[in-house]
Ligand binder design. Structure first.
Ligand SMILES: [Zn+2]
Length: 304
């Protein structure tokens, strides 16, 4: 009899433990960021929010998801998410269909208050420029600050119990990014020759903030290496107009830039767009990347 009672108490205890753990899980908030930069910004905002888990949909090393196709693993992540934070500006064309089919999910479009830039591609076939808008607003710390405030407000609305924490964290982070933006804004004043050439238009937002002038974008289509004819054309332009710098990204092959610099002796600098990065980025990673970009330009533009 006693052993039966003991067994029953044990079962009751186990049931309570299980119930408790499912309760905790039910209160957890699963936030899914579609792309790496949005993941970085959202993670920073939610760092102080207990029970909020931010996951990244596509692999961290993907970069801009041009030709990306959702995997079954991605679909499972989408199904488990309560809040999905998107880049917006046409970056998520690869998952338009999946987003439409999501039920009971809050979608936060982080680009809602971004000051947009038109795509610089001459014949942009790339899908995420299909609206004519440059989707890489995250390369500007000031636009990233706007994205952070939008994310903070969206999270506060979707999960009112942590509204205060989210809004406070978003505001503090946005202020840090805006301070970084002032460092970027001072870059252009270091040089009389403000013309720069970009390999890919990802850094166009950063260039605008820096007060530099985008003379040309080498890669007409993000997914395709520039043709020999295109390289010849840009080489001719560079010889004629002598831009201060050729700017590439570690996310793209340096080859076209190496060819150009060999022909023109115009220096090359690689600026990280933060479109991809380490899988488990440390706190402050986005700021670290942008500070390094500033530092590189401070070094290069000082010599002009
Ligand atoms: Zn891109």
């Amino acid at each position: 009899m006693i052993s039966l009672l003991r067994a029953l108490t044990g079962a009751l205890f186990m049931a309570l433990v299980m119930w408790g753990s499912t309760c905790a899980a039910a209160n957890d908030i699963r936030v899914l960021a579609t792309t790496y930069p949005v993941y970085l910004l959202t993670s920073e905002v939610t760092r102080a929010c207990p029970g909020v888990y931010v996951d990244l949909l596509i692999p961290a090393q993907t970069g801009c998801p041009h030709e990306y196709a959702l995997s079954p693993r991605d679909m499972r992540k989408l199904a488990a998410a309560r809040i999905v934070v998107i880049n917006g500006l046409g970056m998520e064309t690869f998952m338009d269909h999946a987003l439409v089919n999501l039920k009971n999910v809050t979608i936060i479009d982080s680009s809602a208050n971004v000051t947009q830039l038109q795509g610089a591609h001459h014949h942009g076939h790339s899908e995420h420029h299909s609206h004519g808008v440059n989707a890489h607003a995250f390369t500007s710390p000031v636009q990233a600050a706007a994205m952070v405030r939008t994310i903070g407000k969206g999270l506060a609305k979707a999960a009112p119990h942590m509204a205060g924490t989210c809004l406070k964290a978003a505001d503090a982070y946005a202020l840090r990014l805006e301070a970084l933006g002032r460092r970027v804004a001072a870059l252009g004043a270091r040089t009389n020759n403000k013309d720069v050439v970009l390999l890919h238009d990802g850094m166009a937002y950063f260039v605008r903030d820096a007060g530099l002038h985008l003379a040309a974008v080498i890669q007409e289509d993000e997914d395709v290496q520039p043709s020999a004819a295109r390289l010849l054309e840009v080489t001719r332009q560079c010889k004629e107009h002598r831009p201060a710098l050729l700017i590439g990204e570690p996310q793209y092959s340096e080859k076209p830039l190496r060819a150009l610099t060999a022909e023109t002796a115009i220096p090359v600098v690689l600026l990280d767009s933060a479109a991809s990065g380490p899988e488990n980025p440390p706190s402050g990673y986005y700021e670290h990347v942008m500070e390094k970009n500033c530092q590189l330009l401070e070094e290069h533009l000082g010599n002009n």
